[in-house]
Design a protein around this ligand. Structure first.
Ligand code: PNS
Length: 174
C-alpha cells in the first residue's frame, strides 16, 4: 500500500524552512501532498493561487511531491486523498503546545490518521511566514530564507506604488 502524507499549512508565503521539511518528509513517504488551507477568515499577503504557484515552482523537481488546496477539516481532506499521516514541523518548544493540541484533536476526530513531527534544519529554526511578511514589509533582506518565486514577488510588492517604506509619509507631504 502506498504511504501518503499530507503536509498542511497556510504557507503565506512558503519559506525555505517549509521546503526543508518537505525535502526531509518526502524521503519517508511514497507521496507527499502539500495541502494549502483555503481560509477566507484570514487576510493573507498572497492569494491561494499565488501561494500554490510559489510552492509548485519550488518542488517541481521532486517527483513524489504535489501541491493541493483544501477547505474544511484537515482529517476529512486527508481521508479523501488516502493519506495516513499528517506531517508537521516543530521548530522550537514554543511550537509544541499548538501542535500537540492540533495533533490530539485530529487524532480524536480520526484515530487512523497519525501526526508525524519533523524538525527543520536548525538554520531555519527561527524562521516563520509571519516574520518573513514583517521583514518584507519593512524592507529587510530575506536572501536565503525564501524560495526564488517568493523573493521575486516580495521585491515586486516592495517596488509597487505605495509599497515602499515611507511611501505614506512622502505622499502626505505632497
Ligand atoms: O500553517 P498553519 O497556519 O500553522 O496551519 C494550520 C492548519 C492549516 C494545519 C490548521 O489550521 C488546519 O488544519 N486547519 C483546517 C481545519 C481543521 O481541520 N481544524 C481542526 C484542526 S485541529
Amino acid at each position: 500500500m502506498k504511504r501518503i502524507a499530507v503536509y498542511p499549512g497556510t504557507f503565506d508565503p512558503a519559506t525555505n524552512g517549509h521546503l526543508d521539511l518537505v525535502e526531509r518528509g518526502r524521503r519517508h513517504f511514497d507521496e507527499l501532498i502539500i495541502a494549502l488551507l483555503r481560509n477566507e477568515d484570514k487576510e493573507p499577503m498572497f492569494t491561494v493561487e499565488q501561494r500554490m504557484r510559489f510552492l509548485e515552482e519550488a518542488v517541481s523537481t521532486w517527483a513524489n511531491v504535489s501541491v493541493e488546496s483544501f477547505e474544511g477539516l484537515l482529517v476529512d481532506y486527508a481521508a479523501r486523498v488516502g493519506a495516513s499521516v499528517i506531517l508537521r514541523g516543530v521548530r522550537a518548544v514554543s511550537d509544541f503546545e499548538y501542535e500537540l493540541q492540533m495533533a490530539l484533536m485530529n487524532r480524536r476526530l480520526s484515530p487512523g490518521i497519525e501526526t508525524v513531527f519533523l524538525m527543520p534544519s536548525e538554520a531555519y529554526s527561527y524562521l516563520s511566514s509571519r516574520l518573513v511578511r514583517e521583514v518584507a514589509r519593512l524592507g529587510g533582506n530575506l536572501d536565503g530564507l525564501v524560495p526564488e518565486g517568493v523573493a521575486r514577488a516580495l521585491a515586486e510588492r516592495a517596488a509597487g506604488p505605495g509599497k515602499l517604506p515611507g511611501a505614506t509619509r512622502r505622499r502626505s507631504r505632497a
